[in-house]
Design a protein around this ligand. Structure first.
Ligand code: FAD
Length: 391
């Protein structure tokens, strides 16, 4: 939004990143937004376009064909994409999300050579499988297990709600390898690829949001894996996954900021032309106050996120600050979307109208990547360090 009240101090590299990502989004991605809604999926053309313009594998090292972006720079790009359509942030995550970044940090040279290059060229998509029917927030309670049989691992179990699990070319699957230790050294990360015997996609769920986001159920029935499928050390799977946790929280948070800003801009456009009882909606105090509340929400969210991203960039430990961002931003965008629908009246609930899509799309943010309640638990534990909490 073009107002000094919402401006924020940013170094030149990030301003340039924002300007380039905004240009790309408005000029190149814009025509694809409707196509994505029409098809209910992200067509290959989007990945080709992103790759051609340097937006595939943004966070991967340059030596593997990636963009070498910092988390802050990546988050700025996601903020811009999410101003248009949530699907573009999903597309970016396939090549720079949890699994690619776990491979950057813990992968063997062979993993990096094979997969990172594939992500950077837009040829490969990644998935990450932690959640199970009986283990969601309480992920350490997972039942999927891998047992040693000769020189192989044999994987059995079921994961669900896996983003893009039905189209992923490689999925990092978390499984119990030592039931006595579980989260404390008994969970291992494995790479599973489609076509491996014993691995199948057994269901694909659509959700309240755009059909471009689909969640898959994955079943493993005596799925045999070689040692080379292990990411990091055996038993260290939770560490491998949790290492990318702050990345995920920050990228979701900034996506919320971008979506919220877009909703307010669309609302401002609307109230400047819509008349009721002989006056513009923009002249009504009830409407002005909704816009003002949303602007304050966005400014607070952005300031919080950028401060935490700066600290992460400086290598500081941020404790539960990533959870604070995820909690505040995901709830903030819900409030902003609700006000935007109200401001648009009937138009705000008509299928196919962007505000209505945003309203549905942003509801995910309070559940995925650790629900709001779980973020509150993380923050409270940080505050109450030293107090024994049993649950
Ligand atoms: C859009 C989307 C994409 C997703 N993508 C992936 C993916 O790619 N990979 C993957 O592994 N998972 C994925 N998930 C799954 C997601 O991580 C889980 O849905 C989430 O962790 C919550 O688990 P659950 O659905 O089992 O809910 P539950 O754990 O059953 O929780 C239900 C409710 O109870 C609350 N709750 C739980 N425990 C407590 C407690 N101790 N105190 C208070 N409240 C509590 C929760 O916050 C929630 O509101 C995705 C989910 C969504 C919505």
């Amino acid at each position: 939004m073009e107002t000094p009240a919402l401006d924020i101090d940013l170094p030149d590299d990030l301003r340039a990143m924002r300007a380039a990502a905004r240009r790309f989004t408005e000029r190149e991605l814009e025509p694809w937004a409707q196509e994505i809604d029409r098809l209910g999926e992200i067509p290959p053309g989007v990945f080709e376009l992103m790759q051609k313009n340097g937006y595939c594998g943004m966070r991967l090292p340059v030596e593997y064909g990636g963009g070498g972006l910092t988390l802050f720079q990546y988050c700025i790009a996601l903020e811009e994409f999410s101003r248009l359509h949530r699907a573009f942030t999903i597309a970016a995550n396939y090549s720079s999300g949890m699994t690619p970044m776990a491979l950057v940090r813990h992968g063997t040279p062979a993993h990096k050579d094979r997969f990172l290059r594939g992500f950077a060229t837009g040829r490969l998509k990644s998935g990450f499988a932690l959640t199970e029917p009986d283990a969601g927030s309480d992920a350490a309670g997972m039942r999927t297990n891998a047992q040693r049989r000769g020189d192989r691992w044999v994987l059995n179990g079921r994961k669900h709600y896996i983003s893009g699990g039905h189209v992923a070319d490689v999925i990092m699957v978390m499984a119990v390898t030592d039931p006595d230790k579980r989260a404390r050294g008994g969970i291992t990360a494995f790479l599973v690829e489609p076509g491996m015997p014993g691995f199948s996609v057994t269901r694909v769920d659509t959700t309240i949001a755009t059909d471009a986001i689909k969640l898959a159920e994955l079943t493993f029935a005596d799925c045999e894996l070689p040692d080379s499928a292990v990411v990091g050390e055996v038993g260290n799977g939770f560490k491998v996954a949790m290492g990318s946790l702050n990345d995920g929280r920050m990228s979701v948070s900034c996506s919320c900021v971008g979506a919220a800003e877009s909703l307010v801009e669309r609302s401002i456009e609307h109230v400047k032309t819509r008349r009721t009882f002989g006056k513009l909606l923009a002249e009504r105090q009830a409407i002005q106050w909704m816009l003002a509340d949303s602007a304050v929400d966005i400014a607070a969210a952005r300031a919080l996120c950028y401060d935490v991203l700066r600290r992460i960039e400086r290598g500081e430990k941020v404790g539960s600050a990533g959870s604070m961002c995820k909690l505040f931003c995901s709830e903030m965008v819900g409030r902003v979307a609700d006000r935007a629908v109200q401001i648009h009246g009937g138009m705000g609930v008509i299928r196919g109208f962007p505000v209505e899509r945003f309203y549905r799309d942003v509801r995910h943010y309070r559940v995925g990547e650790g629900a709001s309640e779980i973020q509150r638990i993380v923050i409270a534990r940080d505050l109450l360090r030293g107090v024994k909490i049993d649950d």
